[in-house]
Design a protein around this ligand. Structure first.
Ligand code: GRF
Length: 208
């Protein structure tokens, strides 16, 4: 490998792309030793594609196929092929609203990460900030984890905690969590690029 080659990240997202923007800005500013090689979305009009194109990055919509919550086998193979072609070292899920199945996971073993807007294992699944409020939790936050075959179940790499305030609405709590996400996710991606994350079964270690 060319020693000047930067650690290359492929980002998958379905939504507005605020986590992607935080990672792309950290790359561009040289805060993390990475570059975004490719952005893929299953939603043609997703903000993440627009943000990527504005930054001159390769950003593509790939039709998700016939299912609502996952990629069908053929589509999955298309995603995998596109990411391989881009020679990405790490796949970063940033609001990608489909569950990845074995064909995808096995193509990139230990090289897929996700961010979830809760302190896992509490509140997996959708609208986790609303789940936290409804439960009466006093803290909330976000979790970056490796992706395995479950939903929000892979080994945890890093978490950030935010307070739940008495007058929070789902919107205000969600915004506070997303601010924490925009700090945590670039830091984790940079640490992986620098080889400072090790994994031993379910336990990971982050050398600061
Ligand atoms: C984030 O809150 C993340 O935790 C969840 O999806 C959301 C994506 O937001 N997995 P954005 O598209 O990065 O703004």
């Amino acid at each position: 490998m060319n020693s000047n080659r930067k650690f290359r990240v492929g980002v998958l997202g379905s939504g507005k792309g605020s986590n992607f923007v935080a990672i792309a800005e950290a790359c561009a500013a040289g805060i993390i030793p990475c570059e975004v090689g490719l952005v893929l979305s299953d939603v043609a009009e997703a903000g993440i594609l627009e943000h990527a194109r504005q930054r001159g990055l390769v950003a593509e919509y790939l039709s998700p196929g016939k299912f609502r919550t996952k990629l069908d086998e053929e589509t999955e193979a298309t995603y995998v092929a596109r990411l391989r072609l881009a020679e990405v070292d790490l796949i970063v899920l940033a609001g990608f609203m489909r569950i990845l199945k074995a064909g995808f996971l096995n193509a990139f073993p230990g090289r897929i990460v996700n961010i979830h807007p809760a302190l896992l294992p509490a509140f997996p699944g959708l609208e986790s900030w609303t789940q936290a409020l409804d439960y009466g939790a006093k803290v909330a936050g976000c979790t970056v984890h490796f992706v395995d075959a479950g939903t929000d179940t892979g080994p945890i790499i890093g978490q950030a905690v935010v307070p739940v305030l008495d007058d929070d609405t789902p919107a205000t709590l969600h915004e506070r969590i997303q601010q924490a996400e925009r700090r945590l996710y670039p830091a984790v991606v940079g640490a992986i690029a620098e080889g400072r994350i090790t994994i031993n079964g379910r336990r990971t270690a982050w050398r600061k």
